[in-house]
Design a protein around this ligand. Sequence first.
Ligand SMILES: Cc1ncc(COP(=O)(O)O)c(C=O)c1O
Length: 383
Amino acid sequence: MKLFNHYTSNMPTSGIQKIFELSQGIEGCIHLEVGQPDFRTPEHILDAIVQAGKDGFTKYTAAAGIPELRQAIAKKVTEKNGFSAEAKNVVVSPGAVCSIMSSLIALAEPGDEILIPDPAWPNYIMQAACVACKAVRYPLVPSHGFQIDFDSLERLVTPKTKIMIINAPGNPTGVVFSRETIERIVKFVKKHDLFLISDEVYEEIIFEGNHISTGLYNDDGRIVSIFGFSKTYAVPGLRLGYTVCEEKLADLIAKLQTPLVSCPTSVSQKACLAALEGPQQPVYDMLKVYRERRDVAIEILKNSGHYLYTPSGAFYILIDISGTGMNSDDFALTLLKEKKVAVAPGETFGNTTSSFVRVSFTTDIDKLIEGMEILCESITAGL
Ligand SMILES: Cc1ncc(COP(=O)(O)O)c(C=O)c1O
């Protein structure tokens, strides 16, 4: 019999999913592993879901999304992200994950090399496998707050390098890039004639500094900006994200959505239009809570001697467990079984974080404090 696809059958599975599934049978488990907002979706968005359903808005839509949503997104990008976009530059997809996937299908050829951060959200590696490309990891340096090491990055470029992926605010690091860093990245991709896929789904979850969109520098069409609704509006299950890019590429991505997904979900588009046009206070309220949780986690780390850095954005922190002598998979598994605390093993994000675990600030503050204290005691005690 012929074999399954070599690239996809060999791609790694997510270590977060593994811990999450194992934790399901454990009563009283404290969940610090999942990366989705724990807040209830704001009422006006819920109302829009119901209204769309009642209005019969449950049919297929245009592949690139409904015109009024594309228009509203273009307005948001122009006003908030600060670079001018029109509806023709916007493609709406079922989740930012699909926005990235369809961008990769539009840009990558089999055998191309894609520069992916190490550590990074594990889906990028899987997506590179889906387009039969080689994932080349560039390091984010733990001792420098997980910023890019540009010298190492430079050495990784080959004639096959075609795309660089960046993610800020970052998962799992919480890193935020300064304007200088963004300008350096843009200079780098121009120098080597690469496309830049800029994953900005955590743009609204920022504690220090400002979010600088790479789209500000898209003067020759090589930058593809990816945004989402899941994190900003606590609607991960609505599955809606969007790509903003130069018109010809947007047309190609929209065309690709037909064989991939036909179109983004109709009801979700109405709900996300309500999210963009409605009150933004819920976004600021959630940010305030994430900040409180982050500050409490930092305090516990400082008090227990396990502090390394302060994440400036997103809702994650990486914690060094190298003192235990264990790798992160074994540590996370033992912590779950013996202490009933679920964390994400760093190995799943890349080699750089094989002796780190990731904690998400997506649990209420009491549980977060309890879980963080157990985690820190376990690191000190070598588990
Ligand atoms: C870095 C990053 N990009 C993209 C996504 C996907 O977001 P969406 O729910 O819009 O597909 C996630 C979700 O966890 C993420 O962490």
